[in-house]
Ligand binder design. Structure first.
Ligand SMILES: O=P(O)(O)OC[C@H]1O[C@](O)(CO)[C@@H](O)[C@@H]1O
Length: 449
């Protein structure tokens, strides 16, 4: 089967002729440090060989649990934030009908996401929608203590028990969390929920191929074996013994770092399919939390084209020249729509008659690439044969591997996120959380100045 393909020619033309090749020894060292476990954060490398180590028995166990939820729920709420929901949402939205929630065909449960914000209106409206639904919950949190998720879960657990009774609630609430620690583990054990473990050595943003992503994706009705198969093939295609220029993750890592060294501080991930919006969101967390530290790191931004050509297009074409783009292009859509001819041709669009809509999209993509390159924006392009589970697995592993290499090239600990604690500390101090007395006093004094 054909793999996803990375083309960097429209990016490397902005660099010295040998700039990418010059990265080969550095990339080799960065990848070796990753594979040998000698890089910073080496206790979080469990994702590296995850795809090839997932057994069919484990897939079977996940599918069996998914089946229990599918049989007993019209709606399943996935509670989680960051790496504990973005991967699942990426795959589910990429593969679902764009109007899934309007279809009401009962083939699959409606999947909702919660615990990823603290919006009171969001929670109120979701709980109101669930009021007459047979619903279940997948509570996902590695730490088991994340405020956004814990808050939503407390509401959902109570509503589920009140609506469906304690016994049924125990059947349709599943926990995905740490093996031993955290409130989500304590609750799951006490209530006797079915639970899955997030391995200690896999951080949240690298966890989509653990039950964190696999369980919700299976509940939504998608083929997780194919997702894992795609990732496993990409694990092979990016292995340490693959020559540098044939390893897409190594080349992507080299190219983005070479551009960064030339002052291209912002990378914009671009798609031409609205279904890929959440891939943008997943990728932003993957690269943002991994590389944005020690006062350095490429800023990961993202746009949905052609939609955002009518909002951000101006900035990208003519704004400050500190950006580069990485475009994800799906070669073949899953549907076929031919543009009709019209005798009156009042809209003047008969020149498109008989063409596929995707042909127009592809010409928009090519035209944009040429314009942006002419405007001084280096462009990489990741070509994906078709949008399905298998190729989403390839895309996920491609970006994860490249992120591991890229973080080592940048010289940061790719696998921690100390900066995320700052807001939490202030929030807990402001909310008078027990244990934060000193911080509460200090923050109030600061605000009263
Ligand atoms: O799975 P958890 O522990 O709830 O964490 C969710 C997210 O929050 C963070 O820890 C940041 O606070 C992310 O790294 C993580 O993906």
């Amino acid at each position: 089967m054909k793999n996803i393909q990375l083309d960097i020619t429209k990016a490397s033309q902005f660099l010295n002729a040998d700039a990418i090749a010059a990265y080969e020894p550095k990339v080799k060292a960065a990848q070796e440090a990753l594979e040998n476990g000698t890089c910073p954060g080496n206790d979080f490398l469990g994702w590296l060989h995850l795809p090839s180590s997932i057994t069919s028995d484990f897939i079977g166990e996940l599918n069996a649990t998914a089946q229990v939820l599918r049989e007993n729920c019209e709606v399943v709420v996935v509670a989680g934030i960051g790496g504990s929901y973005l991967g699942a949402r990426t795959v589910i939205e990429a593969l679902s009908n764009s109007f899934q929630w309007l279809l009401n065909d009962k083939k699959n449960p409606v999947i909702l996401f919660a615990g990823n914000n603290i919006g009171e209106d969001y929670l109120a409206e979701m709980c109101a929608y669930l009021a007459d639904k047979k619903f279940g919950v997948i509570n996902i949190s590695k730490s088991g203590t994340t405020t956004e998720t814990a808050l939503a879960f407390r509401l959902l657990k109570k509503q589920c028990e009140d609506q469906r009774g304690k016994d049924m609630a125990r059947k349709v609430i599943v926990a995905v969390t740490d093996a031993k620690k955290g409130a989500a583990r304590t609750t799951a054990d006490k209530e006797g929920y079915k639970s899955f473990i997030i391995p200690d050595n896999v951080g949240g943003r690298f966890s989509v191929l653990t039950p964190v992503g696999l369980l919700p994706i299976a509940v939504a009705g998608f083929d997780i074996a194919q997702l894992v198969a795609g990732a496993a093939d990409m694990e092979k295609a990016t292995a340490a013994d693959v020559p540098f220029m044939e390893n897409p993750s190594a080349v992507y890592a080299a190219c983005r770092n070479a551009l960064y060294a030339e002052g291209k501080k912002i990378e914009i991930l671009v798609n031409y399919q609205p279904k890929l919006h959440y891939l943008n969101e997943w990728w932003k967390q993957l690269y943002g939390e991994s590389e944005g530290k020690d006062q350095k790191g490429i800023f990961p931004a993202a746009v949905d084209f052609t939609t955002d050509l009518h909002s951000m297009g101006q900035w990208i074409q003519d704004g400050e020249r500190t950006i580069f783009e990485t475009v994800i292009s799906i070669e073949q859509p899953n549907h076929k729509v031919l543009f009709p001819s019209d005798d009156e041709n009042l809209d003047g669009l008969n020149f498109l008659a008989g063409k596929r809509v995707d042909e127009v999209n592809k010409m928009a993509e090519l035209g944009t690439q040429l314009a942006h390159v002419d405007g001084g924006v280096p462009n990489m392009r990741l070509s994906v044969p078709v949008l399905n589970e298998y190729y989403l697995g390839q895309i996920i592993y491609f970006f994860e591997k490249a992120c591991g290499i890229s973080g080592n090239l940048l010289g940061v600990n790719t696998f921690n996120q100390p900066g995320v604690e700052a807001y939490k500390k202030n929030m807990f101090a402001l909310l008078n959380k027990p244990g934060y007395e000193k911080e509460s006093e200090a923050i109030r004094a600061r605000l009263n100045k």
